[in-house]
Design a protein around this ligand. Structure first.
Ligand SMILES: Cc1cc2nc3c(=O)[nH]c(=O)nc-3n(C[C@H](O)[C@H](O)[C@H](O)COP(=O)(O)O)c2cc1C
Length: 180
């Protein structure tokens, strides 16, 4: 079975997971911008990973725009975000975001996993820095005691370096692919 891992990563967390997966799977690894969509037809299993930004998955258009050509393949998507994916409410939010971007048929076909990334506020570009500052200011206004754990954690770590990347969390993806 021919497998490929493709990713889009703005600050490196998704890239790290994609590299771990490609290493474990002993398969090819491509950055989304470096691959021609037609090349994906050569593979049986396509793993796509993208960072979460305001509920959207970076580079997800690669799967959407080429779905017709790829729908009979094993399609695996992993998201990489700051929110803890062991929290069911966070997963529900990510899924709701995916449901906005992907047609129901795509969601049925694509096997989805969620991994946890990190953030280094000092490295954010100006637009992302502003977005995070606005999000934190809005969250603060709600009153600390009313916040979800996720929001409290975001305020507590605002401006710092947070890194939740963990190779062990790729295991469910590897197990799923091994079972195909
Ligand atoms: C502007 C902005 C919006 C973000 N939105 C989300 C989000 O909706 N959900 C989430 O879990 N993480 C969110 N994050 C955190 C990123 O998903 C996290 O930093 C991830 O590790 C990025 O992966 P990458 O560096 O590979 O692109 C956001 C980060 C920024 C800077």
């Amino acid at each position: 079975m021919k497998t490929i891992v493709v990713y889009e990563s703005k600050y490196g967390s998704t890239k790290k997971y994609a590299e771990w997966l490609a290493d474990s799977l002993a398969c090819e690894l491509y950055e989304r911008k470096a691959i021609r969509p037609e090349k994906l037809r050569e593979y049986d299993t396509i793993v796509y990973g993208g960072g979460l930004y305001a509920g959207g998955v970076s580079g997800i258009r690669l799967l959407i725009d080429n779905f017709e050509a790829l729908r009979h393949k094993n399609l695996v998507l992993f998201t990489c975000g700051l929110a803890d994916p062991t929290d069911a409410e966070n997963v529900a939010r990510i899924r709701a975001g995916l449901a906005k971007a992907l047609a129901p048929q795509m969601l049925e076909t694509i096997k989805v996993f969620h991994l946890r990334g990190g953030i280094d506020y000092a490295k954010l570009g100006p637009v992302h820095k502003t977005m995070m500052a606005m999000l934190c200011a809005m969250t603060k206004k709600k009153g600390y005691d009313t916040l979800r754990n996720e929001e409290k954690e975001m305020l507590d770590t605002y401006g710092k370096i947070v890194d939740f990347t963990d190779r062990a969390t790729t295991k469910p993806i590897l197990d799923y692919i091994a079972g195909l």
